[in-house]
Ligand binder design. Structure first.
Ligand SMILES: [Zn+2]
Length: 404
């Protein structure tokens, strides 16, 4: 782990507060999110290594399958909140440690859950979804950068004191590195906790998990004996206020939950992200990709395919005009470039082929990406939208689908 105190001292001078990407709350952010993700990848490997040596990662196949199902549904919703997180190295490890009631999601989407949550707490899927949803919410709201920044600000100060007193600063630098490594094990601020409670229960509801499980989970946590390593209760105090807040949120989230249970769940393909993280691509056949498309689970994340997309723009527009939905979806999936018009094409194709749940998902992504100049087809340089008005047409189709 490399952290340079010199550049951090500079950062303290230059950076300051940033607005939270999810909530607008002002945060002390001294590190960019990409720096924090890189540091977290290292911390993740270090945390898992000893468990891996003992053969205690993912050794319970039934539990691993359960956790994969829950997290892949939560991630699909997380990406709807923040489409840029489709690029994250989403993955989840199940650690065989029945004593510990804990779980985490680091910035960048690397997650772990300890088997104590199921063995000691007998947590249901709805309850596990609350824990993981809460942890994913911390990552989406960039709380890791906030925690690490507070830790580093403190360490920069001790580093400066060390330099002034003739110390070569090496010891303090080591302390700084350690602080970054451990930052994710420290509690978040109360404001960050409240944000994660709110975003987490909503992610879980949208993924089809009962919001009533949130207050129920806390009751179970309280009733269970703690004492394992980094137990959740040690970083997540179960105050009366928190319980009341979650109990009040649950009925507000109920309509989202009911709506989600009326459609087949949308899942993120965890294996794709894992192969991306390890650099070992798993080739996907066109029929398999089409199958994911109709389930609403297709992910476009090719970052270098802009020129390829532009080269095919006329052909895509032609398939759209001739309503050749199968060919349109296949070509968009093959190119894989996440632009608003690409998601819109997938939406009309899914709708035309009779998969409205998938269509809604793709239209929603089109609307989101239209707001971002990097992913909008209307650019100052020109128009690659094939005559489609975005986000207006996607919004109109969404409204129609919702009326059905
Ligand atoms: Zn938390």
């Amino acid at each position: 782990m490399k952290l340079h105190l010199g550049s951090l001292v500079l950062a303290v001078g230059l950076a300051g507060c940033a607005n939270n990407p999810m909530t607008g709350r002002s945060q002390l952010i001294l590190l960019s999110e990409s720096q924090v993700i890189a540091e977290s990848a290292q911390a993740y490997r270090q945390e898992l290594a000893p468990w891996s040596k003992q053969g205690k990662i993912d050794n319970d196949h039934a539990l691993k399958a359960r956790i994969d199902e829950i997290t892949s549904r939560l991630i699909a919703q997380a990406i709807r909140y923040r489409p840029d997180t489709a690029q994250w190295a989403w993955q989840v490890a199940v650690i065989d440690d029945p004593k510990t009631l804990n779980a985490f999601c680091l910035p960048g989407g690397r997650m772990a859950i300890y088997s104590g949550l199921t063995e000691k707490l007998h947590a249901s899927d709805d309850e596990l979804a609350q824990v993981m949803g809460h942890e994913i919410a911390h990552a989406l709201a960039n709380h890791g950068a906030e925690k690490m920044s507070i830790g580093l600000a403190a360490n920069v100060l001790t580093g400066l004191i060390g330099v002034a007193s003739g110390d070569n600063g090496r010891r303090n630098q080591q302390v700084g590195e350690l602080a970054a490594l451990l930052a994710w094990q420290l509690p978040n601020s109360r404001e960050a906790e409240t944000e994660a409670d709110k975003i987490g229960i909503e992610l879980a509801a949208r993924a089809g998990y009962d919001p009533k499980a949130a207050p129920a989970l806390w009751q179970k946590m309280l009733a269970a004996e703690g004492g394992g390593r980094f137990d959740w209760l040690s970083t997540h105090p179960a105050s009366e206020k928190r319980m009341a807040y979650l109990a009040a949120l649950a009925p507000q989230m109920a309509p989202l939950y009911l709506e989600a249970t009326r459609h087949p769940p949308i899942r993120f393909a965890l294996a794709d992200a894992e192969s991306k993280a390890t650099g070992k691509p798993v080739p996907e056949t066109a029929p398999a990709r089409f199958d994911r498309f109709k389930r609403g689970e297709l992910f476009l994340d090719c970052t270098q395919c802009g020129p390829k997309f532009d080269a095919h723009a006329a052909q895509l527009a032609q398939l759209y005009r001739t309503r050749d939905w199968q060919a349109l979806a296949t070509l968009v999936g093959e190119i894989g470039h996440p632009r608003d018009i690409a998601w819109y094409y997938l939406g009309v194709a899914a709708e035309g082929l009779g998969w409205p749940a998938a269509a809604r998902h793709y239209y929603e992504l089109a609307v989101q990406l239209a707001q971002n100049p990097d992913s909008a087809c209307h650019t100052p340089a020109g128009d690659q939208c094939g005559g489609v008005q975005l986000p207006e047409q996607a919004l109109a189709r969404l409204a129609k689908l919702r009326q059905r």
